[in-house]
Design a protein around this ligand. Structure first.
Ligand code: FAD
Length: 571
């Protein structure tokens, strides 16, 4: 059984014929292109015109990103978060640049589908049909995460229209998007936030440069008295603000699949190389430390996939009274992306020189894998966000109906109507304990539960005081510990749904226990940690994963070593 994406034996997540065709055509596109051209284009930083033409010709973005209501009857069109995640993973498997083109189109369409402006929505649907790509113009060079300080300005004219002025930085697809959802403020005395649409073809839109050195285009553009009419206004005031954050909620969920795809392709190359490399008369993979690196990389990759899959169900079924995704999405964003960095590190430590070779996918991944954790909210931003849920998660559970896996062909329309972004303290979660208890017979889950128990008691009896709470160097590792619990819970929920071999489940929690201890050690060592907090950290750190050599060997033989030669991209 191979749980990793294997394009040549592709296991479709979404089974309708239209969705299958999208994945198969995309695999065919990349496998026909071949690895030599793929890596060459990456190194020469060639804008992927061929890919944009391909998705346009096959109507792929149109099918994936047009809600049914604007689809003119095309039965394959819908906004399906599960399908978009599947597609993201597949694109990144071949190159994160291709994924980025899709990702920023998703972001650009967010404020459009969230808008009451029907003219703009119909225009977006028509452009999608014509093969257009989209852009999200939020960031400005000096402002970073501080979007309160946005300087792009919309000034009213006497005839009821506006002129836009300002400069945007880091805007993907800004070189070819005919609808750039641009964020600014209305300079009519209100300073209201506003989203409006700009077009790179307009002469008042100055495309200044690509700010990064890459085949993807991350633009710096300026607007010089750019004319804006009512038809271009997407949202205003608090709605525009909510659209910005709610679009990022959508986009950040799509970043985990990118990291997964990169790690998977790299894994195939690494295990195939190492398994066939003979040193001192034996295979490199016969060395115990090498085996350990592969095991850990594979188990971490499994965790990433299981978490992301389960979190998708919660996002697809979110509602005004079920906003659990507000915790699960940032957890995906920070954990899955960072885990991918660990996977590549573990693999690269083994394949060493091979990972530098220019005609490997692996090399592209080494230079790309650290990107996803930093975009759409750095790890710090996301950890600070999830900390807001810690109290309710541990101390005020709420009963919900069980969340069924969702592969239906529905439009995920709630994500365009998420409502005000506040009220996070009111979001409630189902009790995490029953999930863990179902696996309590497995020694490592049992150990992990003990760690959670100490952590919860620490929060209850020796929680951070006000000063510690305000000190982000203290609160961040605390948030990281919390994220490990959430991560573990959804991984286990998915293990149950997918009936994952108990050997794998138990082995996965070996690294989870070590991760928990690592953050406990960080808190232990902070200069402002109190004695009673250190005592709890010690209890957590002293819990060691339970070794099981026979089980370890079974997982190695059955699932990991078996991937030697399993996949190689066409040359
Ligand atoms: C390749 C690439 C593509 C991009 N694509 C787009 C795009 O298409 N559209 C777009 O609008 N933007 C885009 N961006 C911008 C991207 O979203 C920003 O980089 C991101 O918002 C973070 O801003 P910053 O990197 O300037 O970090 P800063 O905002 O300068 O943050 C620096 C540090 O401050 C701390 N910090 C800041 N705020 C907080 C907080 N609230 N809580 C805790 N810590 C905090 C963190 O430690 C953080 O690491 C892109 C950027 C890159 C590099």
């Amino acid at each position: 059984m191979n749980y990793l994406l294997q394009p040549k034996k592709y296991q479709h997540l979404i089974s309708d014929a239209g969705s299958k065709a999208i994945m198969e055509k995309t695999i065919h596109f990349f496998e026909s292109l071949g690895k030599t051209r793929l890596t060459d284009d990456f190194h020469k930083k060639v804008w992927y015109k061929n890919f944009v033409e391909f998705v346009g010709k096959e109507q792929i973005f149109a099918k994936l990103l047009t809600p049914k209501a604007y689809a003119n009857g095309d039965p394959d069109c819908r906004w399906d978060t599960a399908r978009n995640a599947e597609y993201s993973e597949l694109l990144a498997f071949y190159g994160s640049g291709y994924w980025y083109c899709f990702q920023v189109s998703i972001l650009g369409l967010g404020p459009i589908w969230m808008s009451p402006n029907e003219t703009a929505k119909k225009k977006a649907a028509a452009l999608l049909k014509k093969g257009g790509i989209f852009a999200f113009g939020l960031s400005e060079r000096s402002k970073g995460a501080d979007i309160y300080s946005t300087e792009t300005a919309l000034t009213p004219a006497s005839d009821g229209t506006w002129t836009a002025n300002g400069e945007k930085y880091y805007i993907g697809n800004g070189n070819e998007a005919q609808m750039v959802s641009t964020f600014g403020k209305v300079k009519d005395g209100t300073d209201d936030y506003v989203f409006f649409v700009t077009d790179y073809l307009n002469k008042a839109y100055e495309l200044k440069k690509n700010v990064i050195s890459h085949q993807q285009y991350v633009s710096n553009f300026a607007l010089h008295d750019y004319p804006i009419t009512e038809d271009d206004i997407l949202s205003r005031g608090s709605h525009a603000w909510d659209c910005a954050l709610n679009t990022v909620n959508i986009g950040k969920f799509n970043i985990g699949p990118c990291s997964i795809g990169m790690a998977e392709h790299s894994f195939y190359e690494a295990i195939t190389h190492a398994s066939n490399r003979m040193l001192y008369g034996r295979r490199v993979t016969d060395m115990p430390h090498v085996r350990r690196n592969f095991m850990e990389a594979w188990l971490r990759l499994m965790g990433m996939k299981l978490y992301q899959r389960r979190a998708t169900d919660y996002f697809r079924n979110a509602a005004k009274d079920d906003r659990r995704y507000m915790l699960y999405n940032p957890t995906s964003k920070m954990k899955v992306t960072l885990q991918a960095e660990e996977v590549i590190n573990l693999l690269w430590d083994v394949i060493a020189a091979k990972g530098f070779e220019k005609d490997t996918y692996f090399f592209t991944a080494t230079s790309e894998v650290r990107g996803p954790s930093k975009l759409e909210g750095t790890v710090h931003v996301n950890v600070q966000l999830i900390r807001k849920f810690m109290k309710n998660y541990f101390f005020n559970p709420k009963a919900y109906d069980p969340m069924a896996p969702d592969f239906s062909d529905k439009d995920d329309l709630f994500i365009f109507d998420q409502g005000p972004t506040g009220g996070l303290g009111k979001v409630a979660f189902h009790d995490y304990l029953p999930t863990f208890k179902k696996f309590a017979d497995l020694p490592n889950i049992n150990c992990f539960m003990k760690q959670i128990g100490h952590f919860k008691e620490m929060l209850e009896k020796a929680g951070p005081d006000k000063a510690q709470d305000m000190d982000s160097s203290f609160s961040l590792p605390l948030g990281e510990m919390f994220s490990v619990v959430v991560y573990g819970q959804l991984i286990l929920e998915q293990c149950e749904l997918s009936k994952i071999d108990q050997d794998i489940v138990n082995q996965m929690f070996d690294f989870m226990i070590r991760d928990f201890s690592r953050f406990a050690l960080q808190i232990y060592g902070m200069p402002n940690t109190k004695k009673e907090q250190q005592d709890y950290c010690t209890k957590i750190m002293l819990i060691a994963a339970q070794g099981d050599a026979a089980q370890y060997d079974r997982v190695w033989e059955t699932y990991v070593a078996a991937l030697d030669g399993e996949y190689a991209m066409n040359e």
